[in-house]
Design a protein around this ligand. Structure first.
Ligand SMILES: Cc1cc2nc3c(=O)[nH]c(=O)nc-3n(C[C@H](O)[C@H](O)[C@H](O)COP(=O)(O)O)c2cc1C
Length: 402
């Protein structure tokens, strides 16, 4: 019987020692040159020592002019390779594997960073967070080719640095997710229109990385089950993209959902959001499936694996609050993690900065893990708000990822 400590072998023979996967958590611990800091490296050593089998890094940007947040790491060339090597080494301590998540934010690059972000089409952001983003301009075909090369270059550097694999981020409303969505992508050339055209950029990135790095280097994909909006990327589309990537030999698919316009991914106490979708996908493809979002109990994690609903359990917030969750689980000391709401006690302020506080709280805790300090369990949001303002100034009031 398979359980959460049964190793998982990917098709290229890479072995993940157990079924715990740290999902990407943008740590915002890059320095002014967008390189890893010592704190970032120490944080990943702590996670590896905590027993997690597969660790996905926070999103690493492939283009310095297109960043999602302050403190992002950017890889455009081999500068800073030594620090990247230290990061990879820390993340592979204790038999863990570490995949670097590669991303381009497209139009989800805030005003404070991008005067005019790029996107498949010049369609502005919608919803309550839209004030934080400038209207994008449509990419030219030449620029699309350059971005594809940037993803491939970053993957080459990741391998050179000693990362065990890469994950292409095509979820959460970022550039590749924008290409996949008929709402965001209204191009009339071969990169827009039919689903085949909307997934072209993703496929060219994937095959480009594969050609450069060979069959042995694991390539994963993070993708939405849907955008959770009418006229966006549908579940039907998502299934077709995953089936195509499966045929092309992708090594792992991580299922998630939502975007900045519909930031529903980080609910509390609703259970694993995408588990039904994940188990449906599992019956359709041979690629191992990771599912991320909403796990909090030992029982829920065990059941998803034992019932063959997913191959890996993706955990972001739980592994920030309990960085050695797999070790605790093994020792019988983990039953559940409490993902609590933070509040300033001022309703109108909570409404405005609620999602920021949530993120900032987790970023604050990641910094504490890096420094070897205990996690702060609190419902009081003021410290997290102060932390965000101190690090980002007024840009802190611009909402970030879902
Ligand atoms: C602080 C923070 C940073 C995140 N950064 C990323 C990221 O860089 N890339 C990504 O794909 N998802 C990112 N996410 C989303 C998580 O990977 C995950 O999909 C989401 O938090 C739901 O999982 P959970 O319920 O286990 O937290 C982030 C989440 C948090 C809380």
């Amino acid at each position: 019987m398979i359980n959460i400590f049964t190793p998982l072998e990917l098709s290229n023979k890479t072995i993940i020692k157990n079924r715990f996967m740290k999902a990407a958590t943008s740590e915002t611990l890059g320095d002014n040159n967008y390189r890893p800091t010592k704190q970032l490296i120490d944080l990943y050593r702590a996670w590896a020592n905590g027993g997690t089998g597969l660790i996905i890094t926070g999103n690493v940007m492939v283009d310095q002019t297109a960043r999602g947040e302050f403190g992002n790491i950017v890889i455009e060339d081999s500068k800073g390779l030594n620090l990247l090597k230290q990061w990879a080494k820390a993340g592979t301590t204790n038999g863990a594997k570490i995949f670097m998540q590669l991303n381009h934010p497209g139009k989800q690059s805030p005003k404070t960073i991008s005067k005019q972000p790029v996107s498949p089409s010049a369609i502005p952001m919608e919803g309550s967070n839209s004030f934080a983003f400038n209207t994008p301009r449509a990419l030219t075909k030449v620029e699309i080719q350059i971005i594809i090369q940037k993803f491939i270059n970053a993957a080459v550097v990741a391998k050179k640095a000693g990362f065990s694999g890469v994950e292409i981020h095509a979820a959460h409303g970022y550039l590749l997710s924008q290409f996949l969505s008929p709402h965001d992508n209204q191009r009339v050339d071969e990169y827009g229109g039919s689903l085949e055209n909307r997934m072209r950029i993703l496929i060219e990135i994937y095959t480009g990385i594969r050609e450069k790095l060979g069959q042995e280097f694991p390539i994963a994909l993070k993708i939405n089950s849907s955008d959770l909006r009418d006229g966006g990327f549908s579940e039907e589309d998502s299934i077709k993209v995953i089936q195509k990537m499966d045929q092309l030999g992708i090594d792992l698919v991580e299922i998630s959902g939502g975007n900045y316009e519909k930031p529903t991914v980080q609910g509390i106490g609703k259970g694993a959001f995408f588990i039904d979708y994940a188990s449906k996908i599992k019956s359709l493809v041979k690629t191992p499936i990771a599912v991320t979002g909403g796990f909090s109990t030992a029982n829920g994690m065990s059941k998803a694996i034992a019932n063959n609903e997913a191959d890996l359990i993706g955990l972001a917030r739980p592994l920030v609050l309990v960085p050695d969750l797999p070790n605790q689980f093994k020792n019988g000391n983990f039953t559940a993690v409490n993902l609590h709401h933070l509040t300033t006690s001022i309703k109108s302020l909570d409404k405005k900065v609620g999602s920021l506080i949530g993120l900032s709280y987790y970023q604050q805790q990641m910094l504490r893990i890096a420094k070897g300090l205990p996690i702060q369990v609190t419902n009081n949001a003021w410290s997290s708000l102060g932390f965000a303002i101190k690090r980002q100034g007024l840009a802190a009031f611009i909402p970030q990822r879902d």
